[in-house]
Design a protein around this ligand. Structure first.
Ligand SMILES: *Cc1c(COP(=O)(O)O)cnc(C)c1O
Length: 484
């Protein structure tokens, strides 16, 4: 045999990346124990970060990636940084933005997705995963009362779902939009949202090429909801000016106060003018689970499209939104593509043909497992519990002289302190510095308010009591006790 034809020995796999099974099992079990211990410590400690950021940045300069490091100390180092260096959404006194303490089945789903790492671009490669996601989406669409032929998909976020809605609206409004872009419109395309809509809509308008000025911010009605009469008048003015309204996006659960826009009237106005009706129910969409509370979303069934974030009130882990639409054909037109390397090309089955993403993580398993394990009933109890908790908090604070600013139907409370207290923004700063609880400052109908939202499914009586205590202390003009 000549030297040239000697078979090459195939190098061994990189063990740091692909260790043997016994090592994976050992490290995985140790990590699980460490994570549980960490979670227990977090619940006993401050909600807010205590990390010395400069110290971390100095330590990070040692990670020059020249010299490999053993994995186990690396994992312990990482947990220590996160334990000290995060606002803890998993803390029962995080009364925060719409970020959940994740449900256990959703956490397991993440592990499963990470293990199989299926590619959900196509039904041909991942039939089981694609079918499971489609099933959950169909169940949500039915629950919302959308027409039987409605479809949709999981997104990384509510922002992606909202961008998807605008692309669909533009595609339906102007058949040449796909080929010529916004130049195809004769008048400037406009989108209507309430002034309290999520500010990500500005980015969506920018991304989709209609420009940030194309967002018409409609005034609220004094109670934090879009004023439909103002919307009616603004539409008439814009049409008279030769502009081209393409979408009304009502909000179900405003970021500041959890308010729900008048969904029926927005639907009527959209229908009257033949424009796309979107409901951004990123937060409050979960009310659909409750037979008692779902009436708050009356009119949602008339939407051309819906955004619901599973990573908010459904308590999925981060990066799990949903887009639902009554017009599957429009989404198929908006995201069509041909690729001869793909094994299948069915616009009713293949996510890469109807969505913004191509490579796609198995996001929907989180809601599938959580919803299957708890049922609609379990989720109904989860959302009703949060609403009850916030209503109770509103009552107790009102008894102590605080002013409740909003009607807290969707588990978000806006309150102002008794007169003679410190300003709202000082109060919030002092609460955060104490580490006892996490709340936000917001503006509600032109005035500052403390914003408190129940996002943790296990916040309990002692957490409410601690929150009220720290709010009262922070509102008084004296010194705060030392941080927890
Ligand atoms: C959270 C939220 C968004 C943005 O969604 P992300 O998942 O954070 O991208 C949009 N609209 C509303 C009403 C929201 O609550």
């Amino acid at each position: 045999m000549s030297e040239a034809s000697m078979p090459l020995a195939i190098p061994a796999p990189v063990a740091a990346l692909f260790p043997p099974d016994e090592e994976r099992l050992r490290i995985g079990e140790a990590l699980l124990r460490e994570l549980l211990a960490s979670e227990r410590r977090i619940a006993q400690g401050p909600v807010t970060p205590t990390l010395d950021l400069q110290q971390l940045q100095r330590e990070l300069t040692d990670f020059d990636f020249e010299r490999p490091r053993p994995l186990e100390p690396l994992l312990r180092w990482t947990l220590a940084q996160l334990e000290q260096g995060l606002t803890h959404l998993t803390h029962p006194r995080y009364f925060g933005l719409f970020n959940p303490a994740p449900a256990f089945p959703a956490q397991l789903a993440d592990q499963i997705a990470a293990s199989f790492n299926p590619q959900l671009a196509s039904i041909a490669t991942s039939p089981a995963a694609v079918a499971i996601e489609a099933h959950v989406i169909a169940a949500l669409a039915r629950r919302a009362g959308l027409p039987a032929a409605s479809r949709g998909h999981f997104t990384t976020s509510g922002s992606e779902a909202n961008a998807t809605a605008l692309i669909c609206a533009l595609t339906r409004a102007e058949p040449r939009f796909g080929s010529e872009g916004v130049r195809a419109f004769r008048g400037a395309p406009l989108v209507y949202v309430s002034q309290d809509a999520q500010p990500g809509w500005f980015k969506v308008a920018h991304q989709c090429g209609i420009g940030r000025q194309a967002l018409r911010l409609i005034a609220t009605d004094g109670r934090g909801c879009l004023d439909a009469d103002q919307l009616d008048r603004q539409l008439a003015r814009d049409l008279a000016d030769g502009a081209r309204p393409v979408m009304i996006a009502a909000t179900a659960g405003t970021t500041g106060a959890g308010m729900i826009d008048p969904l029926q009237r927005c639907a009527q106005l959209a229908l009257q003018h033949g424009i796309w009706y979107h409901v951004d129910a990123a937060w409050a969409g979960a009310l659909l689970c409750s037979a008692r509370l779902r009436a708050l979303l009356g009119g949602i069934e008339q939407a051309d499209s819906l955004t619901i974030d599973a990573h908010k009130w459904f308590a999925a882990t981060m990066g799990c939104g949903m887009f639902l639409t009554a017009h599957a054909a429009v989404a198929a037109e908006a995201f069509r593509v041909t690729a001869d390397f793909m094994q299948s090309s069915s616009e009713t089955l293949d996510p890469y043909l109807t969505t913004l993403q191509w490579s796609r993580r198995f996001m929907g398993l989180r809601l599938f497992l959580s919803l299957s394990a708890a049922g609609w009933q379990g989720y109904a109890r989860h959302v009703e519990r949060a609403v009850t908790l916030i209503e109770e908090l509103a009552r107790r604070l009102a008894d102590r002289g605080w002013t409740v600013r909003n009607v807290p139907r969707a588990a978000v409370l806006c309150v102002a302190p008794p007169s003679g207290s410190r300003p709202v923004r000082d109060i919030v700063q002092r609460v955060l510095r104490s580490g006892t609880a996490w709340v936000a400052a917001t503006r509600f109908e032109g005035e500052d308010a403390v914003r408190i939202c129940a996002t943790h499914g296990q916040s309990a009586e002692q957490d409410l009591a601690a929150l009220i205590g720290v709010l009262e202390q922070a509102a008084r003009t004296g010194e705060m006790p030392a941080p927890a």
